[in-house]
Design a binder for this molecule. Structure first.
Ligand code: NCD
Length: 341
C-alpha cells in the first residue's frame, strides 16, 4: 500500500510539501543520511559532473540560495545564478513563461524563489526541466519544511522520542510565514501532534491550514501569550515578522518585538532541554530581536544544526530528482585539502 502511494521523484518538480507522503519523506531522510560524508567533506563525489543548476532567486536569500548551490556543487555539478528581479529581464517586462522556457534550455534543474504566491508553479508549468520551489511569496517553502522536520526527527531521536507525539510551539508571524505554512502541512502526516500557535491576533495561521489540522490527528490551540504556549513542548519554533509582506514598515513595525524569547523567559517557562528552532534569518535589530543572542550558548539552540541539515536535504532532493541516489559511490574519492568539519 505504501509503495503504491510512493511518489516518483525522478524528473518531478518539487513545488509543495503536499506532494509527499510519509514514505517519500522517509526516502528523502535516508538519502540525506547517506550523504553525510560528502556534506562533511570526508569524501568527494562527482556524480553530477556536467549538470547545470540554475539558481534563480528573485527575492532576498542567504541560506536557501547558498545551500542549494553548495549542495549541487558538492555533488559535482555547476551552478549559474541570479539574484533579484532587477538583475534579470523580468524587470524589462518579460513573463515568467518566457524566462522559464529560456532558462530551462540552459540547465538540467532549476531552483526558483519569487515574491508572488503561485509564481513557482507557473514557472514550472513552462519549464522543460524539474523546478524546485525555493519559496513563493507567503505560500510555501517545501525544502525548509523538510529540513525542519529532519532536524526535529534528529533532535527528538537523541531524547528517545519520535515525530509521532511531538509537542511544538510555533511563534511569531504565522499569517505570512511560508516556512510555518509548509511545516504545519507536513506535520499533519504524523500521529498525535500538538501545535501551540502563538502569534499577535492579527497574524494568526491561515484558516485553510487549521482546517487541515482538523482533518488530521493534529490538536492545536491559539494564544497571543508566549508564556502560556511554551511551557509543555518539545520544540519552540520562532519566526520573524515577515515585513516584506506588509503594506508598509510602520504596519509591520506594530508587531515587531511582541514575541521574543531570551534565556530568562526560557528558564522560567520551559521544560528542561526544550529545543529552540528558527528558520532564520532571525531579525536581530533591537526593535525585533525575536531570538535573543543570550541564547547562543544554550545547547538546545538548534538553529545551526538546522542550517547544516539544509545542505543534506537539498543534496538528497537533487539526487532523487536527477536519479543519481544509487550512483554516488561510483564516482568518489578522498578530499585532497585540509578539512576538520
Ligand atoms: C525563510 C523564508 O525565506 O521564508 N527563510 C529561509 O529560507 N530560511 C524565513 C524568513 O525569511 O523569515
Amino acid at each position: 500500500m505504501l509503495e503504491w502511494l510512493a511518489m516518483e521523484f525522478l524528473g518531478s518538480h518539487i513545488l509543495s510539501i503536499d506532494q509527499f507522503e510519509r514514505t517519500d519523506i522517509e526516502k528523502i531522510f535516508s538519502t540525506s543520511d547517506s550523504l553525510v560524508p560528502y556534506a562533511k567533506r570526508e569524501r568527494i563525489t562527482r556524480v553530477l559532473q556536467g549538470a547545470i543548476l540554475s539558481n534563480m532567486f528573485f527575492e532576498p536569500s542567504t541560506r536557501t540560495r547558498i545551500s542549494f548551490g553548495s549542495a549541487f556543487n558538492i555533488l559535482g555539478g555547476e551552478v549559474r545564478e541570479t539574484t533579484g528581479i532587477e538583475a534579470t529581464s523580468l524587470a524589462k517586462g518579460e513573463s515568467l513563461y518566457d524566462t522559464s522556457r529560456v532558462l530551462s534550455g540552459y540547465s538540467d534543474i532549476i531552483v526558483m524563489r519569487h515574491h508572488e504566491a503561485g509564481s513557482v508553479n507557473e514557472f514550472a508549468e513552462a519549464s522543460r526541466v524539474p523546478v524546485i520551489n525555493g519559496g513563493d511569496g507567503d505560500n510555501e517553502h517545501p525544502s525548509q519544511a523538510l529540513l525542519d522536520l529532519y532536524t526535529i526527527k534528529k533532535e527528538l531521536e537523541s531524547k528517545n522520542k519520535s515525530i509521532d507525539g511531538l509537542r511544538i510551539a510555533l511563534i511569531g508571524d504565522l499569517k505570512y510565514g511560508r516556512a510555518v505554512h509548509s511545516l504545519c502541512k507536513v506535520l499533519c502526516l504524523y500521529q498525535n501532534v500538538t501545535i501551540n500557535l502563538i502569534s499577535p491576533k492579527k497574524l494568526k495561521l491561515p484558516s485553510s491550514i487549521k482546517k487541515s489540522f482538523k482533518e488530521s490527528s493534529v490538536s492545536f490551540f491559539e494564544t497571543d501569550d508566549i508564556t502560556k504556549g511554551i511551557s509543555e513542548v518539545d520544540i519552540i519554533y520562532m519566526t520573524r515578522i515577515q515585513e516584506e509582506r506588509f503594506s508598509s514598515k510602520s504596519e509591520s513595525g506594530k508587531y515587531k518585538g511582541l514575541m521574543s524569547l531570551n534565556q530568562e523567559i526560557y528558564t522560567k517557562n520551559c521544560e528542561p532541554n526544550t529545543i529552540i528552532m528558527h528558520p532564520l534569518p532571525r531579525d536581530s535589530r533591537p526593535d525585533a530581536n525575536e531570538l535573543d543572542p543570550d541564547l547562543n550558548q544554550n545547547p538546545n539552540l538548534a538553529i545551526y544544526r538546522q542550517t547544516d541539515n539544509g545542505l543534506l536535504i537539498r543534496m538528497a532532493l537533487f539526487s532523487l530528482v536527477l536519479g543519481v541516489q544509487n550512483k554516488i559511490e561510483e564516482s568518489t574519492s578522498n578530499v585532497a585539502w585540509f578539512s576538520n568539519k
